[in-house]
Each structure stands twice: as structure tokens, then as C-alpha cells.
Design a protein around this ligand. Structure first.
Ligand code: GLV
Length: 388
């Protein structure tokens, strides 16, 4: 067939590179145990060995989300697949979702909802702020949406939203509470059942220190009732009822839905083992201590944190304002080229306004925080223009 090939063989060269310390808002570095797990055998998704791994993952995720709900599993896809699943299973065409917008992920939820034909209402605040529950209550009371969407930790702004009390508030007006915990799970305290969260998803490349591509998700019992009664169908790939049957959430079903990725299942299981061994309270305390230390170092460099209120600052991603005259992209490039540390510039509402520095998962240590702060001190001097 050689003569039939209209596209000649491309050259794929071996590429060498030195991995930087991953200190952006994610992905962050992965645990050595996770790197090892990624090379475990690829099994068919119909093997008992893989069923056991899936059961381990579900148990680990119930611990991580702090929920006794049975509808807990992992979606094949990045955090966005979790967002699609949570929205499209709960809110149908012509039903209303209220989106609390303060960063780029809320705008993504808005865009997705519109594509599903959902009626969207937006409560927008300044990007360096978080929502007041009293204000939200006023809006929910008037709009009576089917669900309210909110982001817990926002990697585009570096803020964390207080959620305690929000579930109760939503339920009082017949709404379900949907929460994005992509960059907060396994780093910030989170209590799904206690806080009345009805739909929640996360990701593996942030606080869990794993590879992207498989996303934890959970629905409350209240959400399960709504799902049972819905009169619309979500996309096949994200249909939580079919996925629950594949993951055997309610027992005696191992129904094939799509082919899962065994390396990602092994990896997620290993991420969960790391958290379980350390325990959630210790993981949360480690993140809080490391980031408090980093913030002190940032203040010693006379740099300003973008989020004014200390209680609104996210433990995983710190947003830092550079003094006038510095260029954000130039700063990021210098940090990579001179110090081999990868930090990110702003995203969405913070473009040109802040650096985004991620310290999470395996990287949440005083040594890493100091390495970044030392490199930033050098970069500030190196890029200081004579006119500054
Ligand atoms: C991705 O999650 C980012 O915050 O850039």
C-alpha cells in the first residue's frame, strides 16, 4: 500500500527537556507513588482487578468529599468534564441556573449552560472579592433557580468562597447547590454533606498531585431524587445514571458504558492513598502552613497580594501584583529560564494584573515556598529597569 499513502511519514524526533518545578495553578508535580502507578498494567475495564480499583476509588472519594452519598465516581476527562456532568444532569433545557461569577470557571459554566439550552442568570462580583451569602439569598429568593453554581477555589483569581450555610440557603428556596472544587479539594477543608452540596466535581492535577484526565464527582441524595424525576436526557457520555451503572454505585451493576483508562484509574487510586495515609486534617494543615509562610515571604519582598481579605485567599493559588514597570510575561519567562520554576501569569479577569503561583499537593512544603520566594527576589532585581 506504500504507493497509496498520500501523507508521507512525518519525522518525530526525540525531545529532551528539563522538567521545571511546576508552581502554576496546575498541573503541579505528581507524587512518586503516582508516577509508579501510571506504569501498572493496562487491564480491560471488564476485569475484576479493575473493578476492585474502581471500588477503592469510590471509597477514597467519599472520604475526600466527606459524603456518605453512593453516587460518587470519577469521570473520564479533565475538570471540564466534571463541570459538564454536574450541570447537564441537574438542569435541563429551559430550566434556570443561577451562576455566581467571579472568575473564568464561572464564565465557562455560563457558556456550557447556554449550549444546553438552559436559562442562565448571573450574579457577578469583582474578581478580587467573594460572595456574601445574604446577597445570594436575596437573588435566589426572587429567581428560584433549579440550581446555583459557584466555584469554591478559583485559580484565575486566587480566592476561596465560603460555602458553609449556602446549601441550606439554596434548599430553602428549592434550588440545588453545584460546586467546582477543582483547585480546592484535598487542600482546603471541604464537607459535602455538612455543607449541603448537591453536585460537586474536582480534578486530579491540583491538590491531588496526579495527572489530569480523570475527574472526581459526587451527587447528593437530594440530587439523585431530582435526577430520577428529570424529563430530559444529558449527553450520553456524561449521563450519571449510565456512569453509576458502570461504577456499580448502587450494587450489582457493572454495565459497560465507555472504555476507562486503567493508568489513570491506578494513578487516581494512588493519589487517594497519599491523602488517606496523611489524613485530610493534616493535608489541610500542611497547605495552610506552607501558604501562610509563602505569603509572609511575599510581603517581605514588598509585593502586594491581589486578594485583599486574608480569609478570601486560596491556599493553593496565590495571586501577586507586581510593582509598576514590570511585565508579567517577562517575569514568568525569567523564572522558568533562570530558576527552572514554572509560575503562570493572570487568566481571565486577572490577565495583566497578577502572577498566579501554585503551591499544592506534593509541592506544598516550606522548601518549595522558599525556593519560589528566593527566585522571585532575584527576578525582581534582575528585571528592575533603571527607570523604575
Ligand atoms: C488552570 O486551571 C488554570 O488556572 O490556569
Amino acid at each position: 500500500y506504500e504507493e497509496k499513502l498520500i501523507v508521507p511519514r512525518p519525522t518525530i524526533v526525540d525531545r529532551q527537556f528539563t522538567k521545571p518545578l511546576l508552581c502554576g495553578p496546575g498541573p503541579c508535580d505528581i507524587w512518586p507513588s503516582v508516577a509508579e502507578a501510571l506504569s501498572k498494567p493496562v487491564l480491560s475495564p471488564l476485569c475484576d482487578e479493575l473493578f476492585d480499583v474502581m471500588d477503592d476509588i469510590r471509597a477514597g472519594l467519599q472520604y475526600l468529599f466527606q459524603t456518605k452519598s453512593k453516587l460518587v465516581l470519577a469521570i473520564s476527562g479533565s475538570g471540564h468534564s466534571g463541570m459538564e456532568t454536574v450541570i447537564s444532569n441537574i438542569v435541563g433545557p429551559n430550566e434556570t441556573i443561577l451562576i455566581c461569577c467571579r472568575g473564568i470557571w464561572d464564565d465557562r459554566a455560563l457558556e456550557m449552560s447556554k449550549r444546553y439550552g438552559i436559562k442562565t442568570k448571573v450574579h457577578r462580583i469583582l474578581f478580587n472579592n467573594t460572595f456574601s451569602l445574604t446577597l445570594i439569598e436575596g437573588i435566589v429568593k426572587i429567581l428560584r433557580p433549579k440550581a446555583l453554581f459557584i466555584t469554591h477555589g478559583d485559580s484565575s483569581t486566587g480566592s476561596v468562597q465560603k460555602l458553609e450555610g449556602l446549601g441550606k440557603l439554596c434548599h430553602k428556596y428549592g434550588a440545588l447547590l453545584l460546586v467546582d472544587t477543582v483547585v480546592s479539594l484535598a487542600s482546603e477543608p471541604f464537607f459535602m454533606d455538612e455543607w449541603g452540596v448537591d453536585g460537586v466535581y474536582s480534578s486530579t492535577q491540583k491538590g491531588l498531585s496526579g495527572p489530569a484526565g480523570i475527574s472526581p464527582i459526587a451527587f447528593s441524595e437530594r440530587a439523585q431524587e431530582v435526577i430520577k424525576k428529570r424529563n430530559f436526557k444529558p449527553p450520553f457520555y456524561f449521563d450519571i445514571e449510565l456512569l453509576a451503572a458502570q461504577w456499580n454505585c448502587f450494587g450489582n451493576t457493572r454495565q459497560y458504558h465507555h472504555t476507562l483508562s486503567p493508568p489513570l484509574l491506578w494513578a487516581l487510586r494512588s493519589c487517594l492513598k497519599e491523602v488517606i495515609n496523611e489524613t485530610l486534617p493534616k493535608v489541610w494543615a500542611r497547605h495552610a502552613e506552607t501558604t501562610a509562610h509563602f505569603h509572609k515571604r511575599i510581603e517581605q519582598l514588598s509585593l502586594e497580594l491581589l486578594i485583599p481579605k486574608p480569609e478570601d485567599r486560596l491556599v493553593t493559588v496565590t495571586t501577586v501584583v507586581l510593582p509598576k514597570g514590570y511585565d508579567y510575561m517577562e517575569f514568568v519567562k525569567y523564572m522558568r529560564n533562570k530558576h527552572n520554576i514554572l509560575i503562570f501569569p493572570g487568566l481571565g479577569p486577572t490577565v495583566g494584573k497578577a502572577l498566579r503561583i501554585g503551591i499544592m499537593g506534593v509541592n506544598s512544603t516550606i522548601q518549595v515556598a522558599d525556593a519560589i520566594a528566593d527566585a522571585m527576589a532575584d527576578t525582581l532585581i534582575a528585571l528592575k529597569k533603571s527607570s523604575l
